[in-house]
Ligand binder design. Structure first.
Ligand SMILES: Nc1ncnc2c1ncn2[C@@H]1O[C@H](COP(=O)(O)OP(=O)(O)OP(=O)(O)O)[C@@H](O)[C@H]1O
Ligand SMILES: [Mg+2]
Length: 185
């Protein structure tokens, strides 16, 4: 299936307004510690609606899994051990405020693997979906999503630039709500 079609399917009745997205500048934040990244992720979790796909991009070790863990905890999952699903492809947490599925595609050898494990069902609009290494998912990645990019900051080992960009109306509304409620330092 064409990923753009799939993405548009997930917007429900909200009309696509191309002009609106052009004017939405990405949100930028500099995190100074792992704890700060997690706090940011928890604050974001408060604003998440069902149906949102969040892509986590950045070099190895930039903190994609730290961010994912913060979002999962922010949805009310209290498991002490929230691990990255590198070897299992996906970890699911159905018991929080919203069901959330955390994918790490680093080790998949072909995007077809996602079809085989039932990606279509994971992308159901009742769920929140997190994806580390989304480039490896190819056409399975919906066109409408919240894109989060993490980058190292030179000379500051514990600092990260975090940039959030909305693609589509649902993600756009999330960023608007997040920017007006964000109380992280
Ligand atoms: N500001 C920060 N935000 C997030 N993590 C930080 C920060 N400063 C230091 N760290 C450390 O960076 C590491 C991030 O690891 P994490 O597994 O989240 O990275 P990742 O991007 O998921 O890597 P991978 O590509 O291997 O999946 C952790 O060891 C964490 O303690
Ligand atoms: Mg990771």
């Amino acid at each position: 299936m064409d990923s753009r079609l799939r993405g548009n399917d997930r917007t429900g009745s909200v009309p696509y307004d191309r002009e609106q997205y052009k004017t939405m500048t990405p949100l930028r934040h500099t995190s100074h510690s792992e704890a700060e990244t997690e706090a940011l992720a928890r604050a974001l979790a408060d604003q998440l609606p069902a149906g949102l796909v969040i892509l986590l991009e950045g070099d190895l070790g930039t903190g994609k899994s730290v961010l994912a863990r913060g979002i999962i905890r922010g949805l009310g999952i209290t498991d002490e051990y929230i691990t990255s699903p590198t070897f299992t492809l996906v970890n699911s947490y159905p018991e929080g405020r919203l069901p959330i599925h955390h994918f790490d595609l680093y080790r998949i050898s072909h995007p077809d693997e996602l079809g085989l494990i039932g990606m279509e069902e994971y992308l159901d609009e009742a769920n929140v979906v997190l994806v580390e290494w989304p480039d490896k998912g190819d056409d399975w990645i919906p066109a409408h999503h919240l894109h989060i990019r993490l980058e190292y900051v030179q000379s500051h080992p514990d600092w990260r630039h975090i940039e959030m960009t909305a693609h589509g109306s649902i993600a756009h509304q999330v960023l608007q709500r997040f920017s007006s409620h964000d109380t992280t330092p």
